[in-house]
Ligand binder design. Sequence first.
Ligand code: HDE
Length: 704
Amino acid sequence: MENTRKPINTKRALNEKCATAPEATSQVLTTNQGVPISDNQHSLKAGLRGPSLLEDFILREKITHFDHERIPERIVHARGSGAHGYFEAYDAFTKHTRAAPFAEKGKVTPVFVRFSTVLGERGSKDTARDARGFAVKFYTEEGNWDLVGNNIPVFFIQDAIKFPDLVHAAKPEPHHGMPQAAAAHDTFWDFVSLMPESTHMLLWVMSDRGIPRSYRMMQGFGVHTFRLVNEQGASVFCKFHWRPFLGTHALVWDEAVKISGADPDFHRRDLWEAIAAGEFPEWELGLQIFTEEQAESFSFDVLDATKLIPEELVPLTPVGRMVLNRNPENFFAETEQVAFCAAHIIPGIDFSNDPLLAGRIHSYVDTQISRLGGPNFHEIPVNAPLAAVRNNQRDGMHRQAINPGQVAYEPNSLAGGCPFQAGAAGFASFPQTTAEDKVRGKPEKFNEHYAQATLFFNSQTAVEKKHIAAAFAFELSMVAVADIRQRMVSSLVNVSPELAADVAAGLGMAVPLAMPKVCRDPVAPEITVSLPLSLMALPGECGIRTRQVAILVEHGVHHASLVTLSTALVDAGAVVHFVGPRIGLFTGANGADITANKSMQNSPSVLFDALVLPDGSEAIQALADNVDTMPFIKDAFRHGKAILAFSAGQELLDMAGIEPTTDKDKSILLAESTDAAEIASAFIKAIAAHRHPTRAKNQRDEML
Ligand code: HDE
């Protein structure tokens, strides 16, 4: 049967019929049967003070529907945020694949993307230390292709059979249901310390990548090796990489913890507000293309999802960009009901024999059947392909399609043989030769668990290394059983004695002996340092678009300098907030009004990327007397943010014990209020550097 549904981004007739958008006019309230409701405030009673009546079908329909509003949350990745957009191919990439999105230069394919944390429940905080899901659904004319990836290019385990154990160990402990959205507990570290193949991914999660600044500032990775197959049936291997145009940026741990209290929706809000403001996030899709022969020569196995391919070995080929330009209209209908599935591939893309991927191919369809209530989840608007659906699958829970006619089988003659098999035009699995015994086991290269963890650690800057060690020490400090801590640190000795020593010092313990290795005779790695693995090693200038700047205000602020500065910041793309002891109007020193849109209580400084301390002695006196001001300034400093202090505002820096700019730190700027225009460009540069980990020597060598 032909799928007659309209494209995903057009309103369906049914939706239009049912819509009660806020702007709707002349639309009466009805039951789900379309019966107009005269009174939605009172249930039907026998007398004003009498019993409610069972015959009140309006009350019962409303309450029954409400009782069933919740569906099971995802077993993992329950907490997420989504957006619509498109993928645009830079050029035809038909040399390597016949996949529809890469068919020609400039080709546009609609997408829906969902970002997520892994461990937390649906209502948990956004800024937990965790990997982030990065799942993309391409609505191509050859069917839906789901690239269900993460913001980290490797995974904890090599074989799908271990996944339920990993997740049981990482999720809240089953006896008391704690901790929420955190791996910092005994069962997780018990499991991973007994599973040395997890070590490489642990390094990534303990690095700054585990606490991204924004979903818009994260890389995405397909993780597994996939195949690309061209029109002639020739195949190459491929790894998928998404790179954000805004750069890849992280929070610092203390900041992440405080944000989770100040705004648990921090990443959701950031994505929503940016798109609503027309600041559409963009990523470039880059492919690592390599042959089977090349793969054989690597020191690691490309079917092992705990390994990446250093870009020095196989550079990225940019093939297109993805833009997210539309927020969902309804969170439940779209973001919650979207069903990603690692098995959804299209002609031109195929799987490799990665044993982790194999399990995923099964798992995702299976989980949607219970989560979304049956096998027809593909009919939910956000999941429905744009491509026509014609087959003989029928019925089941929540079936929407009304399939006409007598015939629901193939082959048939009664329907003229339709729908018929597509033959060469359809999806055909790459005919990979297989001629081996059935075994439960793995190749020897899978036994090497440390070389890439070491590569990752050695590729980080000093600050990043400190963050990794601090994260391990923090997480392990939450582990009650000393043997687990001991075992984990003994595993880290194999990664780097320096790391193990730092973590051991953080835990107040001696460095243990190295854990015995499984792989006795490892192949020497090709490289020992790979700078793209670091967030800080390579210079990058991404501007300040959408960066949030707090300007403190009080009665008596120097109005003109703030107007000049904020105009320059807004022109550079930043979002400026006037933050007062309360929201509302303040009167500047010249009598002009300035409106605070945030208060220091509802928006502490962890929610901003940069801070401005104004001029105006009356204002500074009032701010100095306010109990919220010093924590606001001290946190901005501690978290390495750019700070600009005008004239009298510099007194607040003194009170906070902060010394201004040194050679090491160009991010604390002082200016006369008359110089607002001149200082703006230096301040913009400081904000664009994201965070300034090295603060003035006499105060703090490195930030936490
Ligand atoms: Fe998933 N994973 N996963 N996963 N995964 C799910 O599917 C699973 C893995 C990833 O925004 C579940 O619909 C198994 C790797 C993302 O809706 C479930 C294995 C990677 C999302 C599932 C893995 C991922 C999921 C839970 C090991 C990175 C969220 C709900 C064999 C490449 C997608 C659902 C969204 C979700 C199973 C490992 C990414 C249970 C069995 C590796 C981004 O089916």
